[in-house]
Write a protein that binds this ligand. Structure first.
Ligand SMILES: [Zn+2]
Length: 345
């Protein structure tokens, strides 16, 4: 099937009580392993490309590869920009063919986060691209053996989350309630009461960032309370490195690079497969063979922004635009595309 956005995928997950894993892809070996295990386990999957990983992988190239792979895959695949930090990166991802983006304005003052997210939602929805935003801050870092922990002062405020969801029209909201990016110091203590309250007030699919270190039971409980998308990466990287290290220890004379990569891929597949089973997404495509029709998400224009507009848009708000709003929007998209083109030169 074609690439899908998050709208139908996360709606289906919420209605049927499971979560969809969003796994970071900083290289093609990891990508291949994730797609392989998703197909084997018949699980929907979100391929996450983080802005901080663009030093390792090219945005346009990975978009082309994932779109082709998604067409062949008998499972729903979404291609999502993770932690887009600027308007320009978000527009680049839309142009490259991403089906979904995250704009992370969580470090901005609240009103600025609202204003910037609103603008991005308007443009992305007109292109059939879904938007995730973040409120409250999930701290930490990745790619390091340093350990991090959550700061309750940075947790998401439920009343503010409700206001934010209503004013921005985002499709998914990343919240802070006890996790941290990277390796966790000890075991994270999740604030389930807060999660429950945010889910009740926003009625949006919620996103858990910093999944590494969270116990299987806590994942299941968080999903039952409203988490629909789980970002998971650090443990995947750890698994690949551990496999590689073990192979080299067993055979210090090894010179076959493809063999080394194959072992690393096996580690990635094992880590991702475990999470898919815990999240309850494994086997979903067998339980719901009509998932394609049900998720109704194949609404993206196939090539570029100058193709015909999609027949269905992600939210009702874009269907109610006045002629002036539509004209403004087209101008904004054109401006953004031109700026992107100029930057690339
Ligand atoms: Zn994150």
């Amino acid at each position: 099937m074609a690439l899908v956005n998050l709208l139908g995928m996360l709606d289906h997950a919420r209605r049927h009580g499971y979560g969809v894993g969003a796994f970071n892809v900083p290289d093609y070996e990891t990508l291949q392993a994730i797609l392989d295990v998703a197909e084997e386990l018949r699980s929907p999957v979100i391929i996450d490309v983080a802005e901080v990983h663009l030093k390792y992988i090219d945005l346009d190239d990975v978009a082309t590869v994932v779109r082709r792979a998604a067409e062949r895959a008998p499972i729903p695949v979404a291609l999502h920009l993770d932690h887009g930090e600027t308007f320009e990166t978000v527009i680049r991802a839309v142009r490259a063919g991403f089906s979904s983006v995250m704009f992370d304005g969580s470090s901005l003052p609240y009103e600025e986060n609202v204003a910037q997210t609103q603008e991005i939602v308007k443009i992305c929805h007109a292109c059939g691209v879904t938007v995730e935003a973040e409120l409250g801050r999930v701290l930490g870092g990745e790619g390091t053996s340093e350990r991090f922990e959550a700061d309750p002062d940075q947790f998401t405020d439920p009343a503010q989350a409700e206001d934010f969801a209503n004013r921005t029209g985002v499709d998914a909201l990343a919240i802070s309630f006890g996790t941290a990016h990277g390796l966790y110091k000890g075991t994270p203590k999740l604030d389930f009461g807060r999660l429950n309250e945010i889910a009740r007030r926003t009625q949006k699919p919620l996103v858990l960032h910093g999944g590494t270190g969270v116990t299987d039971d806590d994942f299941r409980k968080a999903i039952s309370l409203g988490i629909a998308k789980i970002n998971f990466y650090t443990q995947i990287s750890v698994a690949a490195v551990e496999r590689t290290r073990a192979v080299l220890q067993d055979d210090p004379e090894l010179i076959s690079y493809p063999l080394l990569l194959q072992r690393a891929r096996e580690g990635v597949k094992e880590a991702v497969g475990h999470q898919m089973r815990v999240f309850g997404s494994a086997g979903i495509c067998d339980r719901f063979p009509d998932i394609c029709a049900e998720c109704d998400a194949c609404v993206l224009p196939n090539d570029s922004l100058d193709t015909d507009p999609p027949s269905q848009t992600p939210t009702a708000s874009t269907q109610q635009m006045t002629r002036d709003e539509t004209t403004e929007l087209i101008k904004a998209v054109t401006r953004a595309v031109m700026e992107g083109l100029q930057q690339q030169r």
